[in-house]
Design a protein around this ligand. Sequence first.
Ligand SMILES: NC(=O)c1ccc[n+]([C@@H]2O[C@H](COP(=O)([O-])OP(=O)(O)OC[C@H]3O[C@@H](n4cnc5c(N)ncnc54)[C@H](O)[C@@H]3O)[C@@H](O)[C@H]2O)c1
Length: 315
Amino acid sequence: MAVYKPFAEVKRIAVLGTGTIGASWTAYFLARGYDVTAWDPGDGWKERLQAFVDNARPQLKAIGTAVGSEGALTMVDDASAAVAGADFVQENAPERAPIKIELYKSIDGSVPEHCIVATSTSGLILSDLQDGLSYAPRLVVGHPFNPPHLIPLVEIVLGKLTDRAAADWAHGFYNHMGKHAIYVNKEVPGHLANRLQAALWREAVNAVEDGLASVEDVNAAVSQGPGLRWALMGPHMVMNLTAGREGLATTLERFGPPMESWWADMQKTPTFTPELKRKLIDGIADEMGDRTMETLERKRDDRLVKLLQMLKATE
Ligand SMILES: NC(=O)c1ccc[n+]([C@@H]2O[C@H](COP(=O)([O-])OP(=O)(O)OC[C@H]3O[C@@H](n4cnc5c(N)ncnc54)[C@H](O)[C@@H]3O)[C@@H](O)[C@H]2O)c1
Protein backbone atom coordinates (compact mmCIF):
# COMPACT_ATOMS: atom_id res chain seq x y z
CA MET A 1 0.00 0.00 0.00
CA ALA A 2 1.24 3.47 -0.86
CA VAL A 3 2.59 5.61 1.95
CA TYR A 4 1.78 9.29 1.67
CA LYS A 5 3.55 12.26 3.20
CA PRO A 6 2.94 13.07 6.88
CA PHE A 7 0.61 16.11 7.02
CA ALA A 8 3.18 18.17 8.91
CA GLU A 9 5.63 17.79 6.00
CA VAL A 10 3.23 19.26 3.42
CA LYS A 11 4.67 22.60 2.34
CA ARG A 12 3.43 23.44 -1.15
CA ILE A 13 -0.04 23.25 -2.66
CA ALA A 14 -0.78 23.71 -6.36
CA VAL A 15 -4.06 25.41 -7.29
CA LEU A 16 -5.21 24.84 -10.89
CA GLY A 17 -7.89 27.27 -12.03
CA THR A 18 -8.29 30.42 -9.93
CA GLY A 19 -11.88 31.53 -10.59
CA THR A 20 -14.51 31.76 -7.81
CA ILE A 21 -13.44 28.56 -6.08
CA GLY A 22 -9.71 28.40 -6.88
CA ALA A 23 -9.12 31.96 -5.64
CA SER A 24 -10.94 31.23 -2.40
CA TRP A 25 -8.98 27.98 -1.86
CA THR A 26 -5.75 29.91 -2.53
CA ALA A 27 -6.60 32.46 0.17
CA TYR A 28 -7.37 29.65 2.62
CA PHE A 29 -4.19 27.64 1.94
CA LEU A 30 -2.00 30.75 2.21
CA ALA A 31 -3.65 31.74 5.49
CA ARG A 32 -2.89 28.27 6.86
CA GLY A 33 0.79 28.86 6.07
CA TYR A 34 1.10 26.72 2.92
CA ASP A 35 3.05 28.00 -0.07
CA VAL A 36 0.76 28.05 -3.11
CA THR A 37 1.71 27.72 -6.76
CA ALA A 38 -1.26 28.85 -8.82
CA TRP A 39 -2.05 28.61 -12.50
CA ASP A 40 -5.00 29.73 -14.64
CA PRO A 41 -5.24 30.10 -18.44
CA GLY A 42 -7.57 33.14 -18.32
CA ASP A 43 -6.66 36.77 -19.04
CA GLY A 44 -5.96 39.04 -16.08
CA TRP A 45 -6.14 36.19 -13.56
CA LYS A 46 -3.02 37.21 -11.63
CA GLU A 47 -4.42 40.61 -10.65
CA ARG A 48 -7.82 39.12 -9.78
CA LEU A 49 -6.25 36.39 -7.65
CA GLN A 50 -4.03 38.82 -5.75
CA ALA A 51 -7.01 41.11 -5.12
CA PHE A 52 -9.11 38.20 -3.85
CA VAL A 53 -6.37 37.04 -1.48
CA ASP A 54 -5.91 40.58 -0.14
CA ASN A 55 -9.66 41.03 0.42
CA ALA A 56 -10.07 37.66 2.13
CA ARG A 57 -7.16 38.15 4.54
CA PRO A 58 -9.10 40.16 7.18
CA GLN A 59 -11.93 37.60 7.15
CA LEU A 60 -9.48 34.74 7.60
CA LYS A 61 -7.89 36.57 10.52
CA ALA A 62 -11.30 37.29 12.04
CA ILE A 63 -12.33 33.62 12.10
CA GLY A 64 -8.99 32.47 13.46
CA THR A 65 -8.01 30.57 10.28
CA ALA A 66 -4.86 32.60 9.70
CA VAL A 67 -1.75 31.16 11.34
CA GLY A 68 1.33 33.21 12.28
CA SER A 69 3.03 33.44 8.92
CA GLU A 70 1.15 33.40 5.64
CA GLY A 71 2.47 31.14 2.87
CA ALA A 72 4.08 32.54 -0.28
CA LEU A 73 2.03 32.83 -3.47
CA THR A 74 3.72 32.02 -6.78
CA MET A 75 1.79 32.43 -10.02
CA VAL A 76 3.03 30.44 -12.99
CA ASP A 77 2.07 30.24 -16.66
CA ASP A 78 1.96 26.49 -17.01
CA ALA A 79 -0.09 23.78 -15.24
CA SER A 80 2.74 21.24 -15.24
CA ALA A 81 5.12 23.76 -13.65
CA ALA A 82 2.48 24.46 -10.98
CA VAL A 83 2.16 20.83 -9.91
CA ALA A 84 5.84 19.87 -10.29
CA GLY A 85 6.95 20.76 -6.76
CA ALA A 86 3.59 20.27 -5.05
CA ASP A 87 2.65 18.05 -2.11
CA PHE A 88 -1.06 18.46 -2.83
CA VAL A 89 -3.07 19.73 -5.81
CA GLN A 90 -6.53 21.36 -5.70
CA GLU A 91 -8.04 21.50 -9.19
CA ASN A 92 -10.77 24.10 -9.89
CA ALA A 93 -11.12 24.15 -13.67
CA PRO A 94 -14.56 24.80 -15.23
CA GLU A 95 -17.21 22.15 -14.55
CA ARG A 96 -16.92 20.39 -17.90
CA ALA A 97 -15.60 16.84 -18.20
CA PRO A 98 -13.59 17.36 -21.45
CA ILE A 99 -11.77 20.36 -19.89
CA LYS A 100 -10.88 18.44 -16.73
CA ILE A 101 -9.81 15.30 -18.68
CA GLU A 102 -7.54 17.37 -20.92
CA LEU A 103 -6.03 19.18 -17.93
CA TYR A 104 -5.43 15.91 -16.03
CA LYS A 105 -3.63 14.43 -19.05
CA SER A 106 -1.51 17.56 -19.49
CA ILE A 107 -0.06 17.29 -15.97
CA ASP A 108 0.54 13.53 -16.04
CA GLY A 109 4.25 13.04 -15.67
CA SER A 110 4.65 16.21 -13.59
CA VAL A 111 2.57 15.25 -10.52
CA PRO A 112 5.06 14.07 -7.87
CA GLU A 113 4.67 10.45 -6.78
CA HIS A 114 3.59 11.27 -3.24
CA CYS A 115 1.15 13.97 -4.30
CA ILE A 116 -2.66 13.65 -3.99
CA VAL A 117 -4.74 15.51 -6.59
CA ALA A 118 -8.18 16.70 -5.43
CA THR A 119 -10.87 18.07 -7.72
CA SER A 120 -13.40 20.65 -6.54
CA THR A 121 -15.99 19.30 -9.00
CA SER A 122 -19.54 19.98 -7.82
CA GLY A 123 -21.24 17.27 -9.77
CA LEU A 124 -19.07 15.34 -12.21
CA ILE A 125 -18.56 11.60 -11.68
CA LEU A 126 -14.85 11.14 -10.94
CA SER A 127 -14.77 7.63 -12.46
CA ASP A 128 -15.53 9.24 -15.85
CA LEU A 129 -12.37 11.36 -15.59
CA GLN A 130 -9.73 8.90 -14.40
CA ASP A 131 -8.95 6.59 -17.33
CA GLY A 132 -5.37 6.48 -18.57
CA LEU A 133 -3.83 8.62 -15.85
CA SER A 134 -0.72 7.32 -14.09
CA TYR A 135 -1.80 9.13 -10.90
CA ALA A 136 -5.46 7.95 -11.09
CA PRO A 137 -5.14 6.14 -7.71
CA ARG A 138 -4.25 9.53 -6.18
CA LEU A 139 -7.10 11.45 -7.83
CA VAL A 140 -10.02 12.13 -5.48
CA VAL A 141 -12.96 14.52 -5.17
CA GLY A 142 -12.41 17.22 -2.53
CA HIS A 143 -15.58 19.24 -3.03
CA PRO A 144 -15.86 22.49 -1.07
CA PHE A 145 -18.79 24.82 -0.55
CA ASN A 146 -18.66 28.38 -1.78
CA PRO A 147 -16.77 30.32 -0.46
CA PRO A 148 -14.23 27.63 0.51
CA HIS A 149 -12.09 30.07 2.52
CA LEU A 150 -15.03 30.43 4.95
CA ILE A 151 -17.27 27.34 4.72
CA PRO A 152 -15.68 24.36 6.51
CA LEU A 153 -17.29 21.45 4.61
CA VAL A 154 -15.30 19.34 2.13
CA GLU A 155 -16.86 16.23 0.58
CA ILE A 156 -14.51 13.34 -0.21
CA VAL A 157 -15.60 10.96 -2.97
CA LEU A 158 -13.58 8.11 -4.46
CA GLY A 159 -13.62 7.29 -8.17
CA LYS A 160 -13.38 3.73 -9.51
CA LEU A 161 -9.54 3.92 -9.58
CA THR A 162 -8.96 5.94 -6.39
CA ASP A 163 -6.77 4.28 -3.77
CA ARG A 164 -8.66 4.16 -0.45
CA ALA A 165 -5.48 5.26 1.34
CA ALA A 166 -5.23 8.35 -0.91
CA ALA A 167 -8.83 9.30 -0.10
CA ASP A 168 -8.18 8.76 3.61
CA TRP A 169 -5.07 10.94 3.30
CA ALA A 170 -7.11 13.74 1.66
CA HIS A 171 -9.81 13.42 4.34
CA GLY A 172 -7.19 13.62 7.08
CA PHE A 173 -5.30 16.45 5.42
CA TYR A 174 -8.36 18.68 5.02
CA ASN A 175 -9.20 18.12 8.69
CA HIS A 176 -5.57 18.75 9.64
CA MET A 177 -5.75 22.16 7.95
CA GLY A 178 -9.01 23.07 9.71
CA LYS A 179 -11.71 22.03 7.25
CA HIS A 180 -14.53 19.59 8.08
CA ALA A 181 -14.20 16.66 5.68
CA ILE A 182 -16.89 14.02 5.23
CA TYR A 183 -17.00 10.87 3.08
CA VAL A 184 -19.67 10.47 0.43
CA ASN A 185 -19.68 6.71 -0.07
CA LYS A 186 -21.11 6.49 -3.59
CA GLU A 187 -20.63 8.43 -6.80
CA VAL A 188 -23.87 10.27 -7.54
CA PRO A 189 -24.38 13.55 -9.43
CA GLY A 190 -24.08 16.46 -6.98
CA HIS A 191 -22.42 14.38 -4.22
CA LEU A 192 -24.38 14.91 -0.96
CA ALA A 193 -24.58 18.55 0.23
CA ASN A 194 -25.67 19.89 -3.14
CA ARG A 195 -28.37 17.21 -3.33
CA LEU A 196 -29.67 18.29 0.08
CA GLN A 197 -29.60 21.90 -1.11
CA ALA A 198 -31.31 20.91 -4.36
CA ALA A 199 -34.08 19.07 -2.48
CA LEU A 200 -34.88 22.19 -0.46
CA TRP A 201 -34.65 24.47 -3.49
CA ARG A 202 -37.02 22.19 -5.41
CA GLU A 203 -39.68 22.84 -2.77
CA ALA A 204 -38.80 26.55 -2.68
CA VAL A 205 -39.29 26.75 -6.46
CA ASN A 206 -42.52 24.72 -6.29
CA ALA A 207 -43.80 27.06 -3.57
CA VAL A 208 -43.37 30.08 -5.86
CA GLU A 209 -44.74 28.31 -8.94
CA ASP A 210 -47.81 27.08 -7.05
CA GLY A 211 -48.43 30.51 -5.50
CA LEU A 212 -47.90 29.16 -1.97
CA ALA A 213 -45.80 32.22 -1.03
CA SER A 214 -43.77 35.04 -2.56
CA VAL A 215 -40.04 34.65 -3.26
CA GLU A 216 -39.33 36.92 -0.29
CA ASP A 217 -41.53 34.94 2.09
CA VAL A 218 -40.06 31.62 0.92
CA ASN A 219 -36.62 33.02 1.73
CA ALA A 220 -37.83 34.14 5.18
CA ALA A 221 -39.42 30.72 5.77
CA VAL A 222 -35.89 29.30 5.75
CA SER A 223 -33.62 32.11 7.00
CA GLN A 224 -35.94 33.16 9.85
CA GLY A 225 -36.99 29.60 10.63
CA PRO A 226 -35.44 26.15 10.23
CA GLY A 227 -32.29 27.54 8.56
CA LEU A 228 -31.21 28.94 11.93
CA ARG A 229 -31.17 25.46 13.46
CA TRP A 230 -29.57 23.81 10.42
CA ALA A 231 -26.48 26.00 10.87
CA LEU A 232 -26.08 24.55 14.37
CA MET A 233 -26.79 20.88 13.73
CA GLY A 234 -27.90 18.76 10.78
CA PRO A 235 -31.43 17.69 9.83
CA HIS A 236 -31.33 14.34 11.66
CA MET A 237 -30.11 15.97 14.88
CA VAL A 238 -32.79 18.66 14.60
CA MET A 239 -35.36 15.86 14.40
CA ASN A 240 -33.74 14.15 17.40
CA LEU A 241 -34.68 17.27 19.39
CA THR A 242 -38.14 17.67 17.89
CA ALA A 243 -40.16 15.56 20.35
CA GLY A 244 -39.00 17.34 23.48
CA ARG A 245 -36.32 15.28 25.17
CA GLU A 246 -37.67 11.95 24.03
CA GLY A 247 -35.35 11.59 21.06
CA LEU A 248 -35.53 10.42 17.48
CA ALA A 249 -37.51 7.22 18.16
CA THR A 250 -40.38 9.29 19.56
CA THR A 251 -40.09 11.87 16.76
CA LEU A 252 -40.38 9.04 14.22
CA GLU A 253 -43.40 7.58 15.99
CA ARG A 254 -45.14 10.92 16.41
CA PHE A 255 -44.16 12.84 13.27
CA GLY A 256 -43.23 9.98 10.93
CA PRO A 257 -46.75 9.29 9.58
CA PRO A 258 -47.62 12.99 8.87
CA MET A 259 -44.17 13.46 7.34
CA GLU A 260 -44.79 10.48 5.02
CA SER A 261 -48.09 12.00 3.91
CA TRP A 262 -46.37 15.37 3.22
CA TRP A 263 -43.68 13.60 1.22
CA ALA A 264 -46.39 11.82 -0.78
CA ASP A 265 -47.81 15.28 -1.57
CA MET A 266 -44.37 16.62 -2.58
CA GLN A 267 -43.60 14.60 -5.70
CA LYS A 268 -43.52 17.50 -8.15
CA THR A 269 -40.25 18.22 -9.95
CA PRO A 270 -40.37 21.74 -11.37
CA THR A 271 -39.32 22.65 -14.91
CA PHE A 272 -37.73 26.05 -15.42
CA THR A 273 -40.21 27.32 -18.00
CA PRO A 274 -39.79 30.95 -19.14
CA GLU A 275 -42.80 31.89 -16.95
CA LEU A 276 -41.37 30.24 -13.85
CA LYS A 277 -37.95 31.81 -14.42
CA ARG A 278 -39.60 35.22 -14.76
CA LYS A 279 -41.55 34.73 -11.50
CA LEU A 280 -38.37 33.81 -9.62
CA ILE A 281 -36.25 36.60 -11.13
CA ASP A 282 -38.93 39.25 -10.56
CA GLY A 283 -39.40 38.04 -6.98
CA ILE A 284 -35.70 38.32 -6.24
CA ALA A 285 -35.56 41.78 -7.85
CA ASP A 286 -38.43 42.90 -5.57
CA GLU A 287 -36.64 41.60 -2.50
CA MET A 288 -33.26 43.06 -3.51
CA GLY A 289 -34.66 46.54 -4.05
CA ASP A 290 -31.73 48.86 -4.74
CA ARG A 291 -29.12 46.63 -3.06
CA THR A 292 -26.32 45.57 -5.42
CA MET A 293 -24.90 42.06 -5.77
CA GLU A 294 -21.67 43.33 -4.15
CA THR A 295 -23.61 44.58 -1.12
CA LEU A 296 -25.44 41.29 -0.76
CA GLU A 297 -22.24 39.26 -1.17
CA ARG A 298 -20.45 41.37 1.44
CA LYS A 299 -23.37 41.07 3.85
CA ARG A 300 -23.44 37.29 3.36
CA ASP A 301 -19.71 36.96 4.04
CA ASP A 302 -19.68 39.42 6.99
CA ARG A 303 -22.54 37.57 8.66
CA LEU A 304 -20.92 34.22 7.83
CA VAL A 305 -17.74 35.36 9.57
CA LYS A 306 -19.74 36.31 12.68
CA LEU A 307 -21.64 33.02 12.60
CA LEU A 308 -18.40 31.04 12.30
CA GLN A 309 -16.88 33.02 15.18
CA MET A 310 -19.92 32.25 17.33
CA LEU A 311 -19.90 28.55 16.42
CA LYS A 312 -16.19 28.29 17.24
CA ALA A 313 -16.61 30.12 20.55
CA THR A 314 -19.47 27.85 21.64
CA GLU A 315 -18.15 24.46 20.45
N1 LIG B 1 -19.09 28.13 -7.80
C1 LIG B 1 -19.44 27.30 -6.84
O1 LIG B 1 -20.35 27.57 -6.04
C2 LIG B 1 -18.70 25.99 -6.67
C3 LIG B 1 -18.73 25.37 -5.43
C4 LIG B 1 -17.98 24.20 -5.22
C5 LIG B 1 -17.26 23.65 -6.28
N2 LIG B 1 -17.27 24.26 -7.50
C6 LIG B 1 -16.47 23.64 -8.57
O2 LIG B 1 -15.25 24.33 -8.69
C7 LIG B 1 -14.80 24.27 -10.05
C8 LIG B 1 -14.55 25.67 -10.55
O3 LIG B 1 -15.76 26.38 -10.49
P1 LIG B 1 -15.81 27.98 -10.36
O4 LIG B 1 -17.17 28.31 -9.86
O5 LIG B 1 -14.62 28.47 -9.64
O6 LIG B 1 -15.71 28.38 -11.90
P2 LIG B 1 -15.16 29.77 -12.50
O7 LIG B 1 -15.75 29.84 -13.87
O8 LIG B 1 -15.39 30.88 -11.55
O9 LIG B 1 -13.59 29.54 -12.61
C9 LIG B 1 -13.01 28.63 -13.49
C10 LIG B 1 -11.58 29.08 -13.75
O10 LIG B 1 -10.95 28.09 -14.53
C11 LIG B 1 -10.18 28.74 -15.52
N3 LIG B 1 -10.01 27.83 -16.64
C12 LIG B 1 -10.52 27.90 -17.89
N4 LIG B 1 -10.09 26.83 -18.60
C13 LIG B 1 -9.29 26.11 -17.79
C14 LIG B 1 -8.54 24.94 -17.96
N5 LIG B 1 -8.53 24.29 -19.12
N6 LIG B 1 -7.82 24.49 -16.90
C15 LIG B 1 -7.82 25.15 -15.72
N7 LIG B 1 -8.53 26.26 -15.50
C16 LIG B 1 -9.24 26.74 -16.53
C17 LIG B 1 -10.94 30.00 -15.88
O11 LIG B 1 -10.05 30.98 -16.44
C18 LIG B 1 -11.49 30.40 -14.51
O12 LIG B 1 -10.60 31.28 -13.83
C19 LIG B 1 -15.88 23.52 -10.82
O13 LIG B 1 -15.53 22.17 -10.94
C20 LIG B 1 -17.10 23.68 -9.94
O14 LIG B 1 -18.03 22.64 -10.08
C21 LIG B 1 -17.96 25.43 -7.72
